[in-house]
Design a protein around this ligand. Structure first.
Ligand code: HEC
Length: 118
């Protein structure tokens, strides 16, 4: 192997490693997230780009953009039944996400990451 081909090979390997690293960091399963949102009627109160009773997910994503604790906050929001304020001013406990099997953190995390990527 001459030195030129060795450099090229190193370049290809570095490129491949970068691609792998970036895809695993962003590995949101959008189909699974949407299916879970649909099963839980999240989309009845939230549009992707449209406000309904709850804020559009694109707005939620914008609000939390760059915040290190975004994921943690939203996981708490969809698992704790904390009070949610509706546009007409009344408050009720926010819907708690149901997964099968119950409390599957991987599914809940995926859903929250999907919301944050809108
Ligand atoms: C009955 C209507 C309703 C349903 C169903 C509902 N939400 Fe909400 N959601 C709201 C309202 C209203 C707010 C605004 C809460 C506030 O600002 O106090 C909200 C806020 C949110 C937020 C933003 C929280 C924040 O800190 O800004 C997220 C994320 C969210 N909901 C996700 C979900 C998910 C995921 C589901 C399904 C498991 C869901 N919602 C189901 C009404 C609903």
């Amino acid at each position: 192997m001459n030195s030129t081909s060795r450099i090229t090979l190193a370049g290809i390997l570095t490129g491949a490693a970068l691609v792998l690293a970036s895809t695993s960091a962003l590995a949101v399963d959008a189909d699974a997230a949407k299916a879970l949102a649909r099963q839980n009627n999240c989309l009845k109160c939230h549009g992707i780009d449209k406000d309904k009773d709850g804020p559009a997910y694109s707005k939620v994503a914008a609000k939390y953009k760059g915040k290190a604790d975004a994921e943690e906050k939203l996981i708490h929001h969809v698992t704790s039944g904390e009070k949610a304020k509706f546009p007409d001013g009344h408050e009720e406990e926010h819907k708690i996400v149901k997964t099968s099997p119950p409390n599957d953190m991987a599914q809940i995390k995926n859903l929250v990451q999907w919301v944050l990527s809108q």
